[in-house]
Ligand binder design. Structure first.
Ligand code: G3P
Ligand code: CA
Length: 247
């Protein structure tokens, strides 16, 4: 069965990478969530996509130049005008908050290390320590566009699955995945033809394309038995999967 991972939570309908988006993903029946991490100035693992808080909040500045206390004051739904929460203001979570919440469910979690542009000191060590503290080794996939970082993760924790993110087409990506000790590949959807999906699976490499939002693409990947898809619309993807399974 093709697993459904909610990209940055249910980012199509909720402010990305917030608890609200992750709760919506759980409610939709997703099998997993995908999220992005950076380090704050005081070294906390912060769940946010960009290097700065500018695009998604009412604040300004680089995540690694703000203290967690300052980050926590920001409204993480400020730019997501169609979302209204009357209970509380959505905030930028730290990874530990997500892990605490995961104690109450069975969701898988794909942590994307956002260390392509900025090198965060000991990001890999900190993330792995937290995974081990919570004993989530079987529930986590660490991915990154920075494949040196994935090798580093493998050296620190060979028991935790890593997956190589990439955008443009690779020739026999399963060969490359093995070379960097990754058990999975996360290609851009444009680089995920049926041939590549079949090749990866036949070679024992999990394949989870991103960001798969169009109905026809979701349907194609489910029909070809892709390992998983990463989508902003998990609720829609679950419905499509259900429809296909009944045929
Ligand atoms: O992990 C898949 C996808 O999230 C990678 O791209 O920019 O959405 O983090 P981006
Ligand atoms: Ca991501």
């Amino acid at each position: 069965m093709t697993l459904i991972f909610a990209h940055r939570g249910s980012a199509g309908t909720h402010p990305e990478n917030t608890m609200e988006a992750f709760l919506a993903a759980e409610k939709s029946g997703s099998d997993g969530i995908e999220l992005d991490v950076h380090l704050s100035k005081d070294g906390e693992i912060v769940v946010i996509h960009d290097e700065t808080v500018d695009r998604t909040t009412n604040g300004k500045g680089f995540v690694n130049q703000l203290l967690l206390k300052e980050i926590k004051e920001l409204n993480a739904s400020y730019k997501f005008k169609t979302f209204q929460s009357f209970i509380r203001v959505p905030r930028i979570p730290v990874l530990k908050e997500i892990f605490d919440w995961m104690r109450g469910n069975d969701l898988l979690c794909n942590i994307e290390l956002k260390n392509g542009k900025i090198e965060y000191p000991f990001l890999e060590e900190k993330v792995i320590q937290l995974i081990r503290d919570y004993q989530y080794e079987e529930r986590i996939i660490i991915s990154s566009f920075n494949h040196y970082s994935l090798i580093h993760c493998y050296q620190l924790a060979p028991e935790i699955e890593t997956a190589a993110l990439y955008s443009d087409s690779l020739y026999m990506p399963w060969v490359y995945a093995r070379a960097i000790r990754a058990k999975g590949i996360h290609p851009n959807i444009k680089s995920a033809s049926d041939m590549i999906i079949n090749g990866a699976i036949e070679n024992g490499i999990a394949i989870r394309p991103y960001t798969v939002n169009k109905d026809n693409e979701i349907e194609r990947l489910i029909r070809v038995k892709c390992s998983a898809i990463i989508t902003d619309y998990p609720e829609k993807a679950i419905k499509i999967r259900r429809k296909i399974s009944k045929m």
